[in-house]
Structures are given as structure tokens and as C-alpha cells.
Design a protein around this ligand. Sequence first.
Ligand SMILES: [Zn+2]
Length: 234
Amino acid sequence: MIALGEIKTYATKLFDLILPRFCCSCKTKLLTNEDTICPICFSKIQLASDERLKIEFERKFQNKNIISEFFAPFVFEKDKELQHAIHSIKYQNKFQVGIFLGKVLAANIQSTRSDWKIDLIIPIPLHQLKKAERGYNQSYYIAKGMSKVLNVPCSDQIVKRKKYTESQTTMTLTERQENISKAFRIKNKNAVKEKTVLLIDDVITTGATISECGSILLESGAKKIFAASIAIAD
Ligand SMILES: [Zn+2]
């Protein structure tokens, strides 16, 4: 009898023949056992050290008392492999890259944050207008990949975005905080009551968005908020 895994391998081989898959960064052809990004590019992604994560937590979250703990496996570097991967989820409709990165993130959480007891995974929502423009929320696919590995439910139906926030990249820190304040509303308070929620974003820069979303979850009765992202950025 042929195992299901073997059938999957044969199917992948067949699909690769008809429709080859390419590395999302260097664009070389992927082998059957490779997923999304080739091993060479993957090995070049800069890892976030424990020391760096501690400093980032202190800078972005500690004073606010909203996010209990934070984790990101990688450091975001401009024009490098991880940016190519994240860029391809955002702008090229490659949602399987999101699922792949979500699985990587979840595996890292399992090995380094095994004490995290999570009830629910929530991706930071995009505003409907932005979602319509882009077609989907990339963080939702990261959360979906995580949900499969961690065996914890994820939902993008609990928190909604109220305001259309303009691209924040050109704003100062204060402007970003004002822009993001009161940006979210909870659609279903019962779903978060007494729950430990893991909030997901692709890249965390100031932490303002995650904190704002976490604060409204706590106001709505959530017990504890963890936050995770694929990468941290300055
Ligand atoms: Zn590559």
C-alpha cells in the first residue's frame, strides 16, 4: 500500500513537471522536497537573538502593559531574502508563502516558547478598503499556517478595523500612534472572553498597531495577549 505522504510527493513531482515552482527570493527552480524558499536563501535570513528580542520588547511593549510576551524569529533587512518573501505575499498574491512563513513561525514558538498556552490566534486586520485593494490580508495566511502547526483556532472575524489608516511609513512615531488609536472594534466579545490571544502581524516596527489591538482585546475581556511576527524591524 502507498502511504498518503508518498502520493503527495508523487503529486508534487507531477505538478513540478507541469508547473515548476520557484524560490520566492532568488527565483531558482525549487526541488520536490523544497517549499516556497530555497535552502540557500532561507539560510541567509538573519535570526533574531534572545538579546535582540529582549531589547525590542523593552522598547516597544514593556511600558504599556498590554502585550505580555513577544516573539519573532527573524530580523527584517531591506532588499534581502525575507523582504522578498514578505513582499511576495503582500503584492503578488502568493498566499502560500504566508502559510509557509506561518508554519516556520509556529515551529519556532513551539521550540522556544513552549510555555505559551494559546487559546486563539488573531491576525491584525486590514481595513476593508485596503483589503479590497489588495484582495486579502497577508497576516491572515500567516495565522492560518500557525493554526495548523499549533493546533489552535485562528479567526479574522473577531476584530475589525474601523479607520482607514494611510501608509504609516512616512509618519513620525507620535503621528503613527494617533493614526492607529481607536482603529479597531471587537465584533464578538464572547469569543475572546477569558482567552489568551496570540496577535499576529507580518513585521512589527513600532508595535503601536499590535498594542492598540491588544488593548481593545483586554478591554473586551481577554485574559492575556501574546504577540508574534515573522520579523522585527527598527
Ligand atoms: Zn532562493
